[in-house]
Design a protein around this ligand. Structure first.
Ligand code: HPA
Length: 271
């Protein structure tokens, strides 16, 4: 995925919408409903955008929604691309490059994740303080285009501290309890074993999922500020004596959807 392809995709999107979004949002499993609240929306199917891959997983819609939310011009991905679907890291992160090209400076990244921290409960929201890339790959491997970012980008502030503090204050104002913690990115698509979850806890993880890490690496490479929010859709394997299913993940995210919506909207409104 090179600079020309990024420009092609961005130009195509600019032809459909005259908006100048400065905030991008990636909406994870079951969380895409937030995009339904965008006013005066222009929706563009991923399949129509040059060089965009197409989303395959159930519960993901596969379109960009551009418009106004809480008075802010936003561009939202309703559904994302996952590494486990067989896309390369470069394909998974292509939309982030395109958002940057469109002028996006702040990226809200959301996901459903399994709780590793035993103080968490299914249904909790978690502000991501940091991540662990456990995917065995990196979207920046390969030749580096200096116009897009540095060869060796700093990741010591991968998630913007000020945005996280702001989000926490918004949650407090709404009376919402939010956790804060470290997100571990695994490739999936199999869920973890109990032993893997114990390992990830020892390594410092609080939640585990199959996304987010590639997009956040690229967002940092591109100089964007990132706010990450996980919806703890289940406790990770081995903590409770019950098998995990994708249905449970979707069901829980639907139960906390109103809290999630209120939280993100308040965070946006007062940004
Ligand atoms: N593990 C990995 N990914 C997930 C989980 C989980 O328990 N829940 C939602 N996404």
């Amino acid at each position: 995925m090179d600079a020309t392809q990024i420009k092609d995709a961005a130009q195509f999107i600019q032809k459909q919408s005259t908006n100048q979004p400065s905030i991008g949002m990636i909406l994870g499993s079951g969380l895409g409903v937030l995009a339904d609240e965008i006013e005066n929306p222009v929706t563009i199917k991923y399949g129509d955008i040059p060089h965009f891959p197409e989303s395959t997983v159930a519960g993901h819609k596969g379109q960009l929604v551009i418009g106004t939310l809480e008075g802010k011009q936003v561009i939202a991905m309703q559904g994302r691309f996952h590494y486990y679907e067989g896309y390369s890291m470069q394909q998974v992160t292509f939309p982030v490059r395109v958002m940057r090209e469109l002028g996006v400076e702040t990226l809200f990244v959301t996901n459903a994740a399994g709780g590793i921290n035993e103080n968490f409960n299914a249904g909790d929201l978690m502000i991501i303080s940091d991540h662990i890339n456990n995917m065995g790959d990196n979207p920046l491997i390969g030749p580096n285009d200096e116009k897009l970012g540095a060869r060796f980008p700093d990741m010591s502030k991968a998630y913007d501290g000020q945005l996280a503090t702001h989000a926490k204050a918004c949650a407090d104002r709404l009376g919402l309890k939010v956790q804060q913690g470290v997100y571990v990115g695994n490739t999936g698509p199999s869920y973890e074993t109990g032993a893997e979850v114990r390992m990830l806890r020892t390594l410092g993880g609080d939640a585990v999922g199959m996304s987010t890490v590639p997009e956040v690496i690229v967002a940092n490479h591109a100089g964007m500020n990132v706010l990450g929010i996980s919806c703890i859709s289940n406790m990770a394997a081995g903590i409770l004596d019950q098998p995990l299913t994708h249905d449970e993940v979707i069901e829980t995210t639907q139960q906390v959807r109103q809290d999630f919506l209120n939280f993100v909207k308040e965070t946006l409104k007062t940004l």
